[in-house]
Design a protein around this ligand. Structure first.
Ligand SMILES: [Zn+2]
Length: 197
């Protein structure tokens, strides 16, 4: 990263420097950043807080919402890096919001416009796939899907493919190989059971 007087530093960098100076003048050497685990069940409030930076730990209210959370203290001099992280985290959170909208639309459209529903499931699945949501989808549309075996087969193939892809994402690569494969295989079995012939 460039020094403070680098000509290419830009307005964003200047703002960060100013923010750092203000924090120092106010006698703060530490700032706080909020982390949650973004999944299908993270509450909207935690999604919007994900990565937010504050001057006081107490500005993050403790909620009994079941979401995992961690409030990380970091030195003011690392502010620029944490602000970049905030941007990436906010992007993850907004992708999750978009994914939920797509899932909702797909569920609503499945009977009336299956092609549009499959398209949305495909897009949602490129963000992430969560089995509890698929189980709910199967419960809601089970009867309809049993009467439409061709659609059910396409849906099953699409979901299995997206589910398998999930395990190639970087965060799953950290799981031990055997555990990763077990989880992947178990999920495929579940999808086949719920959307099976
Ligand atoms: Zn929450």
């Amino acid at each position: 990263m460039g020094g403070p007087f680098e000509p290419s530093a830009g307005a964003g960098h200047m703002r960060t420097l100013l923010a750092r100076m203000v924090h120092r003048l106010m006698g703060r050497s530490y700032l706080y950043q909020y982390f949650t685990n973004v999944t299908w069940e993270t509450c909207p409030r935690c999604l919007s807080e994900h990565g937010r930076i504050a001057a006081h730990r107490s500005s993050f209210r403790t909620l009994e919402d079941g979401c995992p959370r961690e409030i990380l203290a970091f030195p003011v001099r690392e502010l620029a890096w944490h602000k970049e992280m905030r941007q990436r985290m906010a992007r993850v959170a907004s992708l999750e919001e978009a994914r939920r909208d797509l899932m909702e639309e797909a569920t609503a459209l499945l009977r009336t416009d299956p092609e549009a529903a499959l398209e949305r499931l495909e897009q949602a699945g490129r963000v992430d796939v969560y089995l509890p949501e698929l189980e709910r989808l199967a419960e809601e549309h089970g009867g309809f899907l049993r009467k439409n075996p061709e659609l059910r087969a396409r849906l099953r193939a699409l979901l299995v493919e997206r589910w398998r892809e999930k395990f190639a994402f970087p965060r799953y690569e950290r799981l031990p190989e055997r555990m990763r494969m077990q989880h992947e295989t178990w999920g495929v079995e579940k999808i086949r059971e719920w959307f099976g012939p």
